[in-house]
Structures are given as structure tokens and as C-alpha cells.
Ligand binder design. Structure first.
Ligand SMILES: [Zn+2]
Length: 209
């Protein structure tokens, strides 16, 4: 499969790799990042927004709906990309409003075969569908980030206050947590298998909201 855009859906290029260094600065870009095909051979792609600033700087990833029933982060990312001006941006903002595409389409929390995508990271290159999907999410997307903010929503039937989960012993993630203006910050070293955990293992400073 070629690395660059090889097909478009509407005006949105479908890519198999995110090549941030090759795209034009000062603009907002949209991609479909293809990860797997489903049981009928239909491509399964995650939507990716990129605001590439005109000034050099780090890459911040903003992800939502890794749990398919936690959808509040989706319009947050959409709104951010409507409002942000990449001409005034230092660094690059990558927004992924839906990480767990099959789950959102099926209106359920989990991926195919009841896999919790936020418990099987970083997946397996040669595993089952969920493991391969997780592996490619990390390999094609997450590893490009310097910082990660992962947006969740209270589970169904629960009431949660807005809070941040962060490793407060790490000065960088501590600062990220403090900047979120949340009434509650939970000290939580990242756990294995979570998106935050795999990001941390790759040296990507990450928090969950
Ligand atoms: Zn969640």
C-alpha cells in the first residue's frame, strides 16, 4: 500500500501513514487513516484532523472515543479545529475525534469481539482484529505525538465530575494536568494496556480527561 494519499472519500484523502513532515504548514488538513478492513473487506479508517502551525514546535495529539460509548470528546475536537488558526500556531495539533471507529458505529463501548481497546494497547502486529487495530493506531498515529490528551466521558449510568488523570510525579504531565482547569486531578500512574500507558512507554507525555 503506498504511504501517501491513494484514494479520496469526498475531498478527504485516505492514507495509510501520517506523514506530518510532508504536509503544508499554516493549514488545517483532514485525512482518513486506514487501519484494517472489516469482515466484508471494507476499509476501516479513523478520521484525523491536523493543524500544522507555521512555527516549529511539538506535536500534541488530542484523541476521543477510544471507548465507543464515550462521545462527548468528539464535538470538542471538531469545535477546536473550527476555531484554531494554524497561521498563529507553534507546532502541530493532531485531533482524532473517533479512535474506536467500529465501536462508535455499533453504538457500543467495546471493539469487535468485546475487546476493550483501552486495555489491549499496544496490540499485536499479528494478533486478532482488535490487537492489529490497536497496534496500527499506535504505529501509524500515536507514535508521532510528543504529548497526548485522551478525552473520555463518564460511563453509561454514571455521573462523573470533570477530572484529569495524570502521573503527578512526572513534572511535565503534572503541568499538563494543572493547565486543564479541572476541579479534580487524580494521581494515576498510567496503567499497562491503556492508550495513556502505551504513550507513556513511548516517551509521550499523556493525560486523560
Ligand atoms: Zn473511557
Amino acid at each position: 500500500m503506498p504511504a501517501g494519499p491513494f484514494f479520496t472519500s469526498g475531498n478527504v484523502p485516505i492514507v495509510s501513514q501520517l506523514e506530518l513532515n510532508k504536509i503544508q504548514a499554516g493549514k488545517i488538513h483532514r485525512f482518513w487513516l486506514q487501519l484494517i478492513t472489516d469482515g466484508m473487506g471494507t476499509p476501516v479508517s479513523v478520521p484525523v484532523f491536523v493543524a500544522k502551525g507555521t512555527e516549529k514546535g511539538p506535536v500534541l495529539g488530542l484523541t476521543a472515543a477510544v471507548h465507543g460509548n464515550e462521545i462527548n470528546g468528539i464535538p470538542v475536537i471538531q469545535r477546536l479545529f473550527r476555531e484554531i488558526d494554524p497561521a498563529r500556531l507553534h507546532g502541530t495539533l493532531v485531533g482524532v475525534p473517533v479512535m474506536n471507529v467500529p465501536a462508535v458505529l455499533q453504538r457500543q463501548r467495546r471493539f469487535f469481539e468485546e475487546s476493550d481497546l483501552n486495555a489491549i494497547m499496544p496490540g499485536r502486529e499479528d494478533g486478532n482484529a482488535a490487537q492489529v487495530y490497536a497496534y496500527r493506531l499506535v504505529d501509524r498515529l500515536v507514535r508521532h505525538f510528543d504529548y497526548l490528551i485522551d478525552l473520555h466521558t463518564a460511563g453509561f449510568g454514571r455521573e462523573n465530575s470533570y477530572h484529569v488523570k495524570a502521573d503527578l510525579e512526572d513534572p511535565v504531565t503534572r503541568r499538563m494536568a494543572m493547565l486543564q482547569n479541572a476541579p479534580i486531578i487524580v494521581h494515576s500512574p498510567p496503567s499497562d494496556g491503556s492508550l495513556r500507558g502505551v504513550a507513556d512507554s513511548l516517551g509521550i507525555h499523556s493525560i486523560a480527561l
